[in-house]
Design a binder for this molecule. Structure first.
Ligand code: SF4
Length: 455
């Protein structure tokens, strides 16, 4: 009788960069002959790929370990493997804290996943904690995002050393992936039916500097556009002082590079930026944003700011608030500063009180909500091309995204009045926006047009 295959379940926490590691591990386990199951209750072994970037992420990882441990004690689950950022940060401490954990793999050891599963199948413990730089990047992967979009990690690690950030300790030095590997991967994604390829890294704008001695993000995007027909290419996590003229030209001239950029600024006051060890300062930020706005009136800019950084005064905060009002970012992530173990800012004097941070957070989010309402009102009447994501039977509407919406982080465009079987996920359509609800927009099909797989 044929031996029953071990079923492996996966839980991936954190960002899209971590998700790509999960996808590579899935690919390796699939090649090793394991069955992958999306159902936790059916799995023999569960692999938890963790994030520990900030305190909340750590708490989420620990909660998940405890939930899975319950399955081990009370259901048929035989093994629990924890990998990723939490292991890179805390190593073997995890095994002593949580005896239910059978194996740990750090970021630098994820390519040992098949060996770890094998050991756990045999009732053995498996421990591998290696420096993050030892992780070989990329590999055949099983894409877990909906068929029509995929992330592609173009580099790993970070050399920026922002004083509040634990990432360089967890993910190691910045390493670009060779351009030919990325182009091959983009072609593979195209063959799988991907309509939107999203380039990610801790700092995408630094791409190429370590390997080729210069920034090559623009060239990479250009080459992918030349060698595939993927209709939308999106770039996330850009750094303000590395917006090169080549990248601006690519935005201007390459229609398939969507007019959307994610460019965290974190603050605008020079002294705060300096204490954060952000490079370039206010002038570089203001100039980059101005140049990006100059590309097109439809350029969508997403940014991120931190409020309550140690020593942030009322004046410095007011300067930030005033700049955010002027810049009118289309999307804005706001974070209250959180002390992270092992970072320089943890020991900075002048830690801002919890109440003050909350007050500043509220002021920024309220101001931004007004800006988003105004921007959404301006969109009413516009005709935009959208990528259909699915159909919601409750509201009897399709949900979709335009170039201005990155998956998972931005809003959606709901399309009313279209017959149920008019579209499939991955189709493009032209729609006319007629209303907005919070961060989402509502639209109707424009002239009944339907564009199957349009470029
Ligand atoms: S750019 Fe700064 S915030 Fe971003 S990952 Fe690097 S060190 Fe962290």
């Amino acid at each position: 009788m044929e031996k029953k295959k071990t079923k492996v379940g996966f839980i991936s926490l954190g960002c899209s960069k971590n998700l790509m590691d999960t996808e590579v591990m899935l690919g390796e386990l699939n090649s090793a002959g394991y069955e992958i199951t999306p159902e936790e209750t059916e799995a023999d072994i569960i692999i938890l790929n963790t994030c520990s970037f900030i305190k909340d992420a750590k708490t989420e990882a620990v909660d998940n370990i405890l939930d899975i441990a319950w399955l081990k004690d009370n259901a048929s689950l035989k093994g629990l493997i924890v990998c990723g950022c939490l292991v890179q940060r805390y190593g073997e401490e995890i095994l002593s804290e949580f005896p239910e954990v059978d194996a740990i793999l750090s970021v630098g050891a994820i390519h040992e996943i098949a060996d770890a599963v094998k050991a756990v199948e045999n009732g053995e413990k498996y421990v591998s904690v290696k420096p993050p730089e030892q992780a070989s990047m990329g590999g055949d992967r099983i894409v877990t995002t909906p068929e029509h979009y995929a992330y592609m990690k173009i580099a790993e690690g970070c050399d920026n050393r922002c004083t509040y950030c634990a990432i360089p300790n967890i993910r190691g030095k910045f390493r670009s992936r060779p351009m030919e590997d990325l182009i091959k991967e983009a072609k593979d994604m195209e063959k799988l039916g991907v309509r939107e390829l999203i380039l990610v890294a801790q700092d995408t704008t630094r791409y190429g500097q370590d390997l080729y001695g210069e920034y090559k993000l623009a060239e990479l995007i250009h080459s992918i556009s030349e060698q595939t027909y993927i209709p939308w290419i999106r770039v996330l996590y850009c750094y303000p002082d590395k917006i090169t003229e080549e990248l601006l030209d690519e935005f201007k001239n390459n229609e398939r590079l969507v007019k959307y950029i994610d460019i965290p600024i974190q603050h605008i006051n020079d002294d705060v930026l300096k204490k954060m060890n952000r490079h370039g300062g206010k002038e570089a930020i203001v100039s980059s944003i101005k140049k990006l706005r100059g590309i097109s009136p439809y350029m969508t800019i997403r940014s991120t700011v931190i409020v309550g950084f140690p020593g942030e005064t009322e004046e410095q905060f007011s300067e930030l608030l005033a700049y955010l009002k002027e810049a009118r970012f289309d999307r804005l992530g706001v974070f209250e500063y959180s002390k992270e173990e092992g970072t320089p800012a943890e020991k900075f004097k002048g830690q801002v009180s919890k109440e003050k941070k909350a007050e500043r957070y509220k002021a920024v989010t309220e101001q931004q909500a007004e800006i988003v309402d105004e921007l959404n009102a301006e969109k009413e009447g516009q005709i935009v091309k959208v990528l259909i994501e699915g159909y919601d039977p409750v509201s009897e509407s399709y949900y979709s995204r335009s170039y201005a919406d990155a998956p998972e982080i931005d809003g959606k465009i709901y399309i009313t009045g279209a017959p149920k079987n008019a579209f499939s996920p991955g189709d493009f359509a032209d729609v006319k926006i007629y209303a907005s609800v919070d961060c989402d927009l509502v639209a109707e099909i424009y002239s009944g047009s339907k564009h199957k797989r349009k470029i």
